[in-house]
Design a protein around this ligand. Structure first.
Ligand code: FPP
Length: 228
């Protein structure tokens, strides 16, 4: 996988965690936490334009999130529908190219249709926002390895070329909010040499200022990619 040896991050990924705890602390329903989570997401996408990032990848719904109460899953799906409808024009106006990673064809047919339309309408964008939907990294690697095997070429390069992220820049920095320190089946292959940052801020409280601080932190790190 290509290495970014610059101090400036090209590709940042975020595990947006802590919506539930944000709501609980305020005695609000979990749905309110997710709603505020979408608002944080919108502000971060808006702000990352000025930060010169080529790609921002966001973990919005994992393949394991189906295990949650039906009501919460429905809330998340409805937020997704609303978000695509309300924010697609802004994505287009701001030259954002939407990308979806994960087994998103497995979502409800109306969402799949909305996403296909959004992908098409943003295809000329210059800055990529990749959203992980029905995403699991082990499943992604398994799919990629299966395709590599079918092509008779099981090598690192060919597996990487079949990952959902194949056309994205190498991952530089992975951020997880809310104080949890784990990857939760997100971008396992892509994180091989990514820098990690775990912050205590709950996702609904995360702002562009936090992202700027994260990028400053990244710029101060020495990356050796296994060399010396
Ligand atoms: C983790 O918080 C967050 C999620 C499972 C979903 C993240 C989704 C959003 C920010 C909004 C939906 C996205 C779109 C594209 C509309 P948690 O519920 O696990 O929080 P907790 O650990 O505090 O309970």
């Amino acid at each position: 996988m290509a290495e970014n040896t610059e101090k400036r991050a090209r590709h940042v990924a975020i595990i947006m965690d802590g919506n539930g705890r944000w709501a609980k602390r305020r005695m609000l329903p979990r749905a309110m936490g997710h709603k505020r989570g979408v608002e944080a997401l919108r502000e971060v996408v808006r702000g990352c334009r000025d930060l010169g990032l080529e790609c921002l990848t966001l973990y919005a719904f994992s393949s394991e999130n189906w295990k949650r109460e039906e009501e919460e899953v429905d809330d998340l799906m409805n937020l997704m529908r609303k978000f695509i409808k309300s924010d697609l024009p802004e994505f287009i106006a701001n030259d954002v190219k939407l990308k979806i990673i994960g087994d998103w064809q497995g979502l409800a047919p109306d969402i799949v249709e909305m996403l296909e339309d959004a992908l098409e309408q943003t295809s000329k964008g210059t800055q990529t926002v990749a959203v992980a939907l029905n995403y699991g990294s082990q499943q992604e690697i398994t799919r990629a390895a299966t395709k590599a095997a079918a092509a008779g070429d099981v090598t690192e390069a060919s597996i990487a070329a079949h990952l959902d992220t194949a056309d994205l820049p190498p991952l530089d920095l992975l951020i997880r909010t809310s104080g949890e320190v784990r990857l939760s089946n997100f971008l396992l292959w892509q994180s091989a040499y990514a820098e990690m940052l775990f912050v205590d801020t709950l996702w609904p409280d995360f702002t562009v200022e936090h992202l700027k601080q994260a990028l400053d932190n990244f710029a101060g790190r020495e990356r050796r990619f296994g060399g010396r």
